[in-house]
Write a protein that binds this ligand. Sequence first.
Ligand code: ADP
Ligand code: ADP
Length: 229
Amino acid sequence: AGVIRFEDVHFSYDPDRAILRGISFEVPAGRTIAIVGPSGAGKSTISRLLFRFYDVGAGRITIDGQDIRDVTQASLRQRIGMVPQDTVLFNDTIAYNIRYGRPSASEAEVREAARMAQISDFIERLPKGFDTEVGERGLKLSGGEKQRVAIARTILKAPPILMLDEATSALDTHTEREIQTALDQVSLNRTTLVIAHRLSTVVNADEIIVLEHGVIVERGRHQDLLDHG
Ligand code: ADP
Ligand code: ADP
């Protein structure tokens, strides 16, 4: 389940300036579709429409055949998981922070999510940065480690659909590779829409959609797009 369809979607924030002009694509169940394109192309607008921060001007967006205008924002947030760029951690163990994704999860499930996100080594530690004294168990987490905690949380929560926005990641290559591995785990067999800046981060996508000035200018698999330059 979890098929997303954009059908001839048009959208503008201001009446005199079209932002999306006839966008159509489908994210089949369990597949990963990536949207790439230069800054200002309309990528984030697509994710805002999917969460109904705005409604489409023309055309429609459906999930499993249902027009999302008939679905509440709260229900969309339940169905579509998002790994935030900037993760808020609670003043408790990393394991607790992972469990926040689904409080009913078992110990084993928390450990498995941590393993997939490659943070098994420190789940019993406490994130530093709060006023309280954490002593020996305290651990200062890097941005990349925090993001992997967020990924573990999302793995545990297991939403049917995943929306990944890679736009603002400013990470070093090593960290980026670790995060990529973790994200590949969370999107495995899950309907996933990725918003990406560069083609290099979406090599494994089932389809890449290239967006420019609100229109799809190219689409295909990574290798096809490279062949055409
Ligand atoms: P991308 O994610 O590809 O960088 P966006 O979807 O954020 O592009 O933005 C597409 C266009 O819409 C840009 O020209 C941007 O300036 C404009 N835009 C974004 N948000 C708003 C807004 N709230 N009001 C008016 N224009 C906006
Ligand atoms: P939901 O209410 O379905 O969890 P949200 O949009 O509120 O969806 O949250 C998106 C993700 O951000 C959630 O998966 C959750 O793990 C995380 N999150 C939400 N609120 C907080 C918070 N106060 N602190 C840390 N993480 C949060």
